[in-house]
Design a protein around this ligand. Structure first.
Ligand code: BGC
Length: 751
């Protein structure tokens, strides 16, 4: 146990907290594997020693909540980590812990508390090897002899918003109240005193208790394993499977569970670690980001996706937004294609929900839910309370429609990067076609000869009911064009498949021609004379406010100005035209990209956590590494800086995806091309080098860029020869022949 309870030596992998630091969000230290997510509301606190409950979420376990049942939310499972220790009948408060360390290299949370002559050291994990398994290990060191110690481990069955079906000594099976899902949890607990296992008293179901008299220098080891199974089928009892898993763990032993988990993490880190030399803070930030990204996905379950706070907190109720496709998918596509595939299949399985939404609103094709849960039905609440406690209407569920193009964008990037034709044939093409069909019906031809998309919200949610949002319209045009490209490719390469698919969807040549006409005539708001996109019709006529005097205060700009003035001003809540520039730089001819960036960057309040990384990525591409680095730090601080606020909302997983994008697409200048991977690095001051692996069409490529020497290296570690383009020069590399090129060191900080 000694090795297992010891953190890694290199502290760029460690995120710690001790009780002198005040209360800190427990979600930062969450452990998750894409199926289970466990966190404490607070893991360390200098305040009163109150016991803080631990919360575990199970991906996909949604139910209707609230007084009228109109909201669907992730439902927490029972707390399987409850532990009470008492001495001579007096309870020892074990939480908040005095010291907490998250070791991201192994995906484990370690805790330590000393109470009198007792030192409690703990470790918990949810297995990355077998996502249904959680493990808790505690080691107690007791200095004093003759103490009457009681240790009681239990599963907290109180305050559960689930209906119990079966509660037995080692098993609980529950059903959600409305959604017809079931959850089983099988638990085993054991205690070893002085090297020998002790039999537990079991005073209640899912409760184990031991009492003994201590001796000086005694070491007591507690271990608990839990197996979780979710079932979406009405008549399937998941209890049997949960018990089977637990029996398997008993057979292989807890050490094997730890080893398999550590091996799975080592493998994820091998594929996804980004090494930054020269800037330990940036190194930590990107490891923290990659830790949560690796923790959030579960390639084995294509019925779920990643919510806006992943499984680390209750913010946004587990709902899935465009965050997943635009901010997270790039990481998965390039480092974990199996996870990317599964996340996109979730969108395939929820296509019917998207078709129903489009039909209900009078359009054709598929309009995805702005907030999605299990079925793909729209989950955005229609009203929410604002900061003053007033109910306000939420229009995103009806008006924020760019989500359909964002999903199509991710489908295409996945297919293009992985070459996974089977995915395209079985799922991707249908998503592309149905979303294109939506846009073709949504963009309406008007007397001026253009097709307009009126009455939407773009990524900038400060402005509602707007017409011709440049982001939406250009992404929609791109969506239609990629669908037409896919249709043509299917006709040529897989004609039989095309005839089946087009027959099933009722798509004929006339309809494809109609789509093509809409794409040609869609209004984009681009003025060829000025090179500017207007964020939406009328944006340039709104009040132009210098945001500088507002940004130092704690209140967001929007709150200082008030809603009405904000709506009538050129203030974007987050990257909008800038997001378009990040995603589709080819839509910005000549030097218009930089022009747009210079115009829109100072007009953004960054009220959304999604915003700074997008800006940083674009700034880095233009060589303004100083500005890009400011955005990098701003993004890193979102989850890593200590600040008062809600403690259990969860990490901002899109911002964490954004950090990875900023480092890889921005500073390393990586882009995916038809013929391979291109790199155009511009490293910021203080970074000596950056190195990471990416996957491209079955190959594994290791790349590194060095700031001072200007040397860029690429090594093909797996797969057939491929083209790597560095600083504009195309070269073929193979497993025998890597590449090392000097691209000039002075380019890095071009501002
Ligand atoms: C942002 C959206 C985002 C959502 C979930 C909102 O505040 O404006 O763009 O999808 O949060 O992260």
């Amino acid at each position: 146990m000694e090795r297992i309870l010891k953190p890694t030596a290199d502290d760029t992998w460690l995120f710690g907290m001790d009780s002198s630091g005040g209360q800190v969000s427990g979600s930062r230290f969450a452990i998750s594997n894409g199926f289970l997510g466990t966190f404490d509301a607070a893991v360390a606190s200098a305040g009163d020693p109150v016991a803080v409950p631990t919360r575990t979420y199970v991906a996909g376990l949604f139910d209707a909540v609230g007084p009228d049942g109109s909201m669907t939310a992730l439902i927490p499972a029972a707390d399987w980590l409850r532990l009470h220790i008492s001495i001579a009948g007096t309870p020892l408060v074990r939480q908040p812990f005095q010291r907490t360390v998250l070791d991201v290299s192994r995906g484990v949370l370690m805790t330590e508390t000393r109470a009198g002559s007792l030192l409690e050291r703990g470790l918990r994990l949810v297995s990355l090897h077998d996502p249904s398994v959680g493990l808790q290990l505690i080691e107690l060191g007791i200095d004093e002899a003759g103490l009457e110690v009681t240790l009681e481990a239990s599963v907290d069955l109180s305050a559960l918003d689930l209906e119990p079906q079966r509660i037995e000594h080692d098993l609980g099976v529950w059903r959600t109240r409305h959604s017809g899902q079931a959850l089983a949890m099988a638990v085993a607990a054991a205690l070893e005193i002085d090297g020998a296992d002790r039999t537990a008293a079991t005073p209640a179901p899912l409760t184990w208790s031991w009492s003994w008299t201590s001796r000086a220098g005694q070491v007591v080891r507690f271990r608990r394993a839990a197996a979780f199974v979710r079932s979406d089928a009405a008549h399937f009892d998941p209890g049997v499977k949960a018990r089977d898993t637990l029996n398997h763990i008993r057979r292989i032993g807890w050490r094997s569970v730890v080893e398999a988990h550590e091996a799975a993490w080592a493998s994820r880190w091998h594929s996804s670690d980004v090494q930054i030399a020269g800037d330990a803070e940036a190194q930590r930030a990107i490891r923290f980001a990659a830790y949560h990204l690796n923790s959030a996905a579960n390639p084995a379950d294509e019925r779920v996706s990643i919510g806006a706070r992943s499984l680390t907190g209750e913010g946004y109720h587990g709902h899935v937004f465009w965050d997943t496709e635009i901010f997270l998918l790039p990481f998965y596509i390039l480092t974990w294609p199996e996870a990317a595939r599964s996340l996109l299949l979730y969108r395939f399985h929820t296509l019917d929900g998207a078709r129903a939404k489009a039909a209900r609103m009078g359009w054709r094709g598929a309009l995805y839910a702005w907030e999605s849960a299990l079925t793909g039905a729209e989950m955005t609440p229609e009203h929410l309370k604002d900061q003053d406690g007033n109910w306000v209407e939420v229009l995103c569920g009806t008006q924020e429609q760019h989500i359909s193009a964002d999903i199509a964008y991710a489908v295409w990037q996945y297919w293009r990067t992985t070459g996974d034709d089977r995915f395209l044939l079985e799922a991707g093409a249908e998503i592309l076609l149905e979303t294109a069909r939506f846009w073709a019906s949504r963009a309406v031809p008007e007397a001026d000869g253009y097709c307009h998309i009126r009455g939407v919200i773009g990524p900038d949610e400060n402005h509602e009911h707007i017409d011709d949002n440049a982001f939406t319209n250009v992404m929609a045009r791109w969506n239609i064009r990629r669908a037409l490209e896919a249709a043509e490719m299917l006709q040529q390469r897989w004609p039989q498949h095309w005839s089946g698919l087009s027959g099933r969807l009722g798509i004929n040549e006339a309809e494809l021609r109609e789509w093509s006409g809409v794409a040609e005539r869609i209004f984009t708001g681009f003025d060829a004379k000025t090179g500017m996109y207007e964020q939406f019709s009328g944006f340039f006529d709104l009040e132009d406010i210098d945001l500088a005097p507002f940004t130092d205060r704690t209140d967001p700009v929007e709150v200082q100005l008030g809603q009405e003035r904000t709506q009538n001003a050129q203030i974007a809540k987050q990257a909008d035209v800038v997001a378009l520039l990040a995603l589709l730089p080819e839509a910005f001819p000549g030097d218009s990209g930089l022009r747009n960036f210079r115009y829109y960057e100072p007009r953004c309040s960054h009220r959304s956590s999604l915003s700074p990384a997008m800006h940083g990525l674009v700034a880095a591409r233009y060589g303004d590494t100083g500005m890009a680095m400011r955005f990098f730090r701003q993004t890193a601080a979102i989850d890593l800086a200590d600040r008062p606020g809600p403690v259990d909302e969860g990490v901002h997983i899109a911002a964490l995806g954004g950090i990875w994008m900023l480092a890889v697409f921005g500073f390393a200048g990586l882009s995916v091309r038809e013929d391979g991977i291109a790199l155009d690095p511009r490293l910021p001051e203080g970074w000596d080098s950056i190195a990471f692996r990416v996957q491209w069409r079955g190959r594994c490529l290791y790349v590194g860029a060095h700031r001072r020497s200007g040397v860029v290296e690429a090594t093909l570690e797996e797969g057939e020869p491929m083209i790597v383009t560095i600083g504009g020069e195309r070269r073929e590399i193979s497993r025998d022949q890597g590449l090392s090129m000097r691209i000039g060191s002075n380019r890095h900080s071009r501002a």
